[in-house]
Write a protein that binds this ligand. Structure first.
Ligand SMILES: [Fe+2]
Length: 291
């Protein structure tokens, strides 16, 4: 956020207090703390008096959550579920919770969230739906995801992918990040505006993030959100039907079966995707097979 964003009054803690912050505080103060996996309470201290700390994306309603690349691993039709783990799933337990707001920081009920991430070893499940799932915000606009901390893979810092969609509105595709990750400073896709707040709780972690969708709202504290028909996520972009040839190049869309040259070797594309720096063929065996 630029310094010009802090253009409203300063609160006792030196943080800006805006009309919409008060609205958000009122929403959260009325919420019931959620019991999450392992009996851990919601990350926020909802019993604290006074305005809540601002999130990077919901301070004045003028800055919707930014969009980020979908990457090559999105799959449509993920299962409807709030937990991506079962007993014995390896990895550090992680619960991510938060709210989906519109431009006036009012909650949006029935918003779709479709999460996908790597497993603890940094691998995506491209044949099944492990660590993939979608859910809808409740009547208070809240969501909660039970999962593990995703592992690292070449070229990227630690992240979780998500598509968020208010009922009958366009899909926002973005990613969530973890504070304190060494690779945050070298990942060209990373954006600090998408950092979760993460707390260590026992052997697990609690993350929180609030999305702000570009949905016009009437900023009235008495407005109550209404759930609409549940939408389905927009299908992933159609890949080019003709295999690409020649040297591998970032920004090129490759179809399954396409062959490219890289560093004197030839690779075959295993899954259609748009190439990105960091996903060079030798770095991403899930996408490219040497032939
Ligand atoms: Fe990813």
């Amino acid at each position: 956020m630029s310094p010009t964003d802090a253009r409203e009054n300063q609160g006792p803690a030196g943080r800006p207090i805006s009309r919409k912050t008060v609205l958000k505080a009122a929403v959260l103060a009325g919420a019931t703390p959620l019991l999450l996996g392992g009996g851990v309470a919601l990350a926020r201290d909802l019993g604290t008096a006074g305005p809540l700390a601002l999130t990077p994306t919901c301070d004045d309603g003028d800055h919707p959550t930014i969009e980020q690349t979908e990457g090559p691993y999105f799959k449509p039709n993920s299962p409807l579920r709030t937990s991506l783990v079962t007993a014995g799933t390896p990895g550090t337990p992680l619960t991510v919770s938060g709210y989906v707001f519109g431009r006036a920081c009012l909650p949006i009920a029935g918003a779709l969230l479709d999460f996908w991430q790597a497993d603890t070893n940094g691998a995506y499940d491209n044949t099944g739906f492990a660590f993939r799932g979608h859910q809808f915000t409740d009547a208070q606009g809240a969501f909660s995801l039970t999962t593990i901390v995703p592992g690292l893979y070449p070229g990227r810092t630690r992240h979780i992918h998500v598509k968020v969609q208010a009922p009958n509105r366009p899909v926002l595709t973005t990613q969530l990040y973890f504070p304190g990750e060494p690779r945050n400073s070298t990942d060209t896709i990373y954006d600090a505006a998408l950092l979760m707040t993460v707390q260590q709780v026992g052997s697990g972690r609690l993350g929180s993030f609030d999305f702000v969708l570009d949905v016009a709202q009437t900023p009235s504290p008495s407005a109550s959100p209404t759930a609409s028909a549940s939408p389905t996520p927009t299908q992933s972009p159609t890949q080019s039907p003709s295999p690409s040839a020649g040297a591998w190049a970032a920004g090129t869309t490759y179809a399954t079966g396409a062959r490219v040259g890289y560093a004197g070797l030839t690779y075959k594309c295993l899954q259609g995707h748009t190439a990105m720096t960091g996903w060079e063929p030798p770095n991403v065996p899930a996408l490219w097979q040497r032939v």
